[in-house]
Design a protein around this ligand. Structure first.
Ligand SMILES: Cc1cc2nc3c(=O)[nH]c(=O)nc-3n(C[C@H](O)[C@H](O)[C@H](O)COP(=O)(O)O)c2cc1C
Ligand code: SF4
Length: 355
């Protein structure tokens, strides 16, 4: 079993501990051109100064029409490369590796005329969304946009990419047979879109470039997701960051009396079925709980998302045995990252001010 502060090696990349900052979109920081701002750079610099072993940069969109919101970071043109390079330099400057999550929001996107593998209607954030079925020619364009995004990520200096295949977004929709009802080669029993994207990325990046995926755990069942994970393992994926959420076309499960959450159970079952590193996430509120997740599930890395939003120094504090603070689930960060409004951050500040 891994200790939270054990180093980890993934391909040629050395990670100093098992603590990963997972992708967390900083809503409201970028403009409509998707360019990196100073605020983005300083955010990641502060996180790595705080001791985190690995960064997976927030969902960064492969095309303007696939954005979750108009202020999302972009990687759809070569013009984005210099700004992204600034984030990489800030993170590498502290000796920490960084991957970037490449993303298309599919039916739950925030732009006009959203698309989906099949015609599909769902409710997201209280609004009914209808996705128009993609043609196969449009799918091929999206495959190329993912491949181009990975090429740009490599050019910007990232150590790897994480393909966003989770949380109800486009590639997740392809993998879920309750959403994807196509009858062509991209139909529900096929991983064709992932195959074309992975093969294409391998052609435009060198072998040491890490290509992982954020994979849905219950799409729609755990058995389906295990099959997806096994397929990805056999097709050369380098890691699986296991999560789920944000849609209703899923059947989460876990055994009675399981000591953690269903999302951790799912990651544990994926880990048992693949040869590559697996990451677990969600509501890990303390260093003790992070260690428990490693111990119980056998995964390789833990993601601390909102915990690190509350306290950039989460990893250093955990290592020193100090209180890390914790997310109070106020959901303020789901809409705008205004650090002053974060309930967990305010509580930690208050506690520290009172010794
Ligand atoms: C404000 C916010 C933005 C997020 N953005 C992303 C994202 O870009 N990509 C992604 O895969 N998950 C995203 N997530 C989910 C987180 O990566 C993580 O899985 C989730 O917050 C649960 O982990 P935690 O309890 O440690 O925060 C986001 C979560 C929040 C709160
Ligand atoms: S306390 Fe609220 S704003 Fe802060 S990380 Fe948690 S949910 Fe987000």
């Amino acid at each position: 079993m891994a200790n939270l502060f054990d180093p980890f090696q993934m391909k040629g990349i050395s990670i100093k501990n098992r603590i990963c900052m997972p992708p967390v979109v900083c809503y409201g920081w970028a403009c409509e051109d998707g360019m990196v701002t100073d605020k983005n750079v300083e955010h990641y610099r502060a996180i790595v100064k705080g001791g985190t072993g690995l960064i997976i940069q927030e969902a960064t969109c492969i095309c303007p029409e696939g954005r979750i919101s108009a202020d999302q970071l972009g990687i759809w043109s070569d013009a984005h490369i210099p700004g992204l390079h600034r984030i990489v330099d800030a993170v590498h400057g502290e000796g920490v590796p960084i991957f970037i999550q490449i993303h298309h929001a599919g039916v739950i996107g925030g732009m006009e005329n959203v698309v989906c593998p099949s015609d599909y209607t769902c409710v997201h954030k209280g609004r009914e969304k209808h996705g128009r079925e993609l043609t196969s020619a449009e799918i091929q364009i999206i495959e190329q946009q993912f491949i181009d995004a990975a090429r740009r990520a490599y050019a910007a200096g990232y150590d790897g990419v994480e393909i966003h295949g989770c949380h109800g977004y486009l590639l997740c929709e392809f993998m879920n047979r309750r959403v994807n009802r196509r009858t062509d080669e991209y139909g529900p029993d096929s991983m064709k879109i992932l195959e074309n994207i992975l093969d294409g990325i391998r052609k435009v990046t060198p072998p040491e470039f890490v290509v992982g995926i954020r994979l849905g755990l219950f799409e729609p069942t755990l058995a389906d997701s295990i099959a997806h994970a096994r397929w990805l393992d056999a097709h050369g994926i380098d890691f699986i960051d296991a999560s789920y959420g944000f849609t209703y076309a899923m059947d989460p499960e876990m055994p009675e009396n399981y000591p953690l959450l269903d999302i951790h159970y799912g990651a544990q079952e994926i880990k048992k079925n693949v040869s590559v590193p697996v990451f677990a996430v969600n509501s890990i509120k303390s260093a003790a709980m992070a260690q428990q997740v490693l111990d119980v599930t056998g995964v390789d890395m833990v993601d601390i998302g909102r915990g690190i939003l509350v306290n950039y120094d989460w990893a250093n504090d955990a290592r020193a045995g100090r209180d890390t603070g914790r997310c109070l689930d106020c959901a303020e960060c789901m809409w705008r990252i205004d650090t002053e409004k974060c309930a967990g951050k305010r509580l930690l500040k208050k506690q520290r001010a009172h010794g």
